[in-house]
Design a protein around this ligand. Structure first.
Ligand code: KIV
Ligand code: ZN
Length: 513
């Protein structure tokens, strides 16, 4: 079977999801997990966009082995040079340069003629090629571009050294039949196409990103650009897990394979959801919590008699084992560390101490600690950036028809600060108490709560979005006490916001994104 390359852009296009801001540690953790998953290429970021993005791409390039590491760059010299500065540490670096090719983008956004765009694309590819042999060129908004012009520009960039040509449906407008025919036309219309890999990059505005990508594969595409859980701009990108499992489950039909180690899918999906704060809808294909749950009696009966009556995939294939953790409150630090290792976490030093302390607290409050609990806890504790404000304790008085009072203790510079506030509900009171400790303007934009597992003593997981200096930051907190989880989530978002600002991140308004 021919191979389809999986190009993961969770850390670049995925991170462009509203409210998602990952720190360097989190990005490296996701990149390492993507390498374990077996993706062929990791697009680690857009180095010119901000110092934070630059640092993240550089850190991934320095520490992740196996996949190609790509960085995005517009076609100007400064972008490409900056991308190379970050990527040069990678074993296998790729510069991914792009320019828009649709009439609407060229005329209104770029204010350039098609000929100017073509010349600029060729210049960019030549410059990128002077740094690395692996150069990808994307024609932004390709699907709404004139196919004849696209063939011309692709032929020219391949001549200039591009080794991958990427065909994005940037606004998610295509249908599978049209997109398949479009890829076929490009394959047939570019005379030197045999010197480059055809790639596609589909957005999900009409819910067709995976279907369009599959249609492209049927018509000659050999690289697909995807994100874990399908996160990304607006309605997101083609979802990695759906695309890979479609190719695998229907391999007799597609006759293609990938390098993906499917048993790492579930773990990767959880990690990305936990670190981005983007909750997975329960009915999400492949990784949603209901994806393998049979509710109706007829279905349950069928599955008990023969699994394949209603199941086309085995959950174990994507790494859902249903195993419970057999550690308890008497387990030692070493056993804890080794169990984390079996779940794919290498946790050491202070991070291990913190995670172990929270695990012990959890054992005191919950009868059965599952792997789900542990993963949620470790994802929350391990990848935190520096904590300007560290949660210490919370006390609440609340009830029906009375105001709520919250007293919150926070450690700042090694000193305990405590404040109390009164409000209509306990979450509001605790956030007001935190605001009076922090003395800065944070505005709560969104709040969501869910349980990590089933059961009355389950941990609550709270995800909040706060606005600070006009930007949205996501925070996450877990605890068996949901008001404590709420306070932890709020402080997590505040710390993220302050860390970003400290790095004097002047996220540029990047033209063309
Ligand atoms: O959607 C898009 O067109 C992109 C390109 C930059 C590849 O993300
Ligand atoms: Zn995109």
């Amino acid at each position: 079977m021919e191979k389809v390359f999986i190009f993961d852009t969770t850390l670049r296009d995925g991170e462009q999801s509203p409210g998602v801001s990952l720190n360097v540690k989190e990005k490296v953790a996701i990149a390492k997990q993507l390498a374990r998953l077996g993706v062929d290429c990791i697009e680690a970021g857009f180095p010119f966009a901000s110092p934070g993005d630059f640092e993240a791409v550089k850190a991934v390039a320095q520490s992740v082995e196996g996949p190609v590491i790509a960085g995005l760059a517009r076609t100007n010299e400064a972008d490409i040079e900056r991308a190379w500065e970050a990527l040069k540490y990678a074993q296998k670096p790729r510069i991914h340069t792009f320019i828009a090719t649709s009439e609407i983008h060229m005329k209104y956004k770029l204010k350039k003629t098609p000929d100017e765009v073509l010349q600029e694309a060729v210049r960019a590819v030549k410059l990128a090629k002077s740094f690395t042999p692996d150069v990808e060129f994307s024609a932004e908004d390709a699907f709404r571009s004139d196919v004849k012009f696209l063939c011309e520009i692709f032929a020219a960039v391949i001549e200039a050294g591009a080794t991958t040509i990427n065909i994005p449906d940037t606004v998610g407008y295509a249908t599978p039949w049209e997109f398949g025919a479009f890829i076929k036309a490009i394959k047939e219309g570019v005379p030197n196409i045999d010197r480059a890999v055809i790639s596609v990059h589909c957005h999900n505005d009409l819910g067709l990103a995976v279907a369009n990508s599959l249609a492209a594969v049927e018509n000659g595409a050999r690289q697909v650009e995807v994100t874990v859980n399908g996160i990304g701009e607006r309605a997101g990108n083609a979802s990695l897990e759906e695309l890979v499992m479609a190719l695998y489950t229907r391999r007799n039909y597609f006759q293609k394979n990938t390098n993906i180690n499917t048993v790492e899918i579930y773990r990767t999906s959880k990690l990305v959801s936990n670190l981005t704060g983007m909750v997975i809808q329960p009915n999400k294909a492949v990784v949603g919590k209901n994806a393998f749950v049979h509710e109706s009696g007829i279905h349950q009966d069928g599955v008990l008699k023969e699994r394949q009556t209603y199941e086309i995939m085995n959950p174990a294939m994507i790494g859902i084992t249903g195993n419970n953790l057999y550690l308890g409150k008497h387990s030692g630090r070493h056993a804890f560390k080794m169990h984390l290792k079996s779940l794919g976490y290498e946790v050491e030093g202070e991070a291990l101490t913190k995670a172990f302390a929270r695990f012990k607290e959890l054992c005191d409050n919950k009868k059965v600690v599952t792997d789900e609990d542990l993963i949620a806890l470790v994802d929350t504790e391990t990848f935190k950036g520096p904590e300007v404000y560290q949660f210490s304790h919370i006390q609440i008085s609340s009830g029906t028809n009375i105001s709520s009072t919250a007293t919150v203790g926070v450690i700042v510079d090694g000193q305990l600060k405590e404040k109390a506030a009164v409000a209509k509900g306990p979450v509001e009171a605790s956030y007001q108490a935190i605001n009076s400790i922090v003395e800065e303007d944070f505005v709560l934009k969104d709040y969501a709560i869910k349980s990590v597992t089933a059961g009355e003593d389950a941990q609550g997981e709270v995800v909040v979005q706060v606005i600070y200096n006009g930007r949205v930051f996501t925070g996450r907190g877990i605890s068996v006490d949901i008001i404590e989880a709420s306070a932890r989530a709020y402080l997590n978002a505040i710390n993220k916001a302050l860390n970003m600002t400290k790095r004097t991140e002047t996220i540029e308004k990047v033209e063309g994104m």
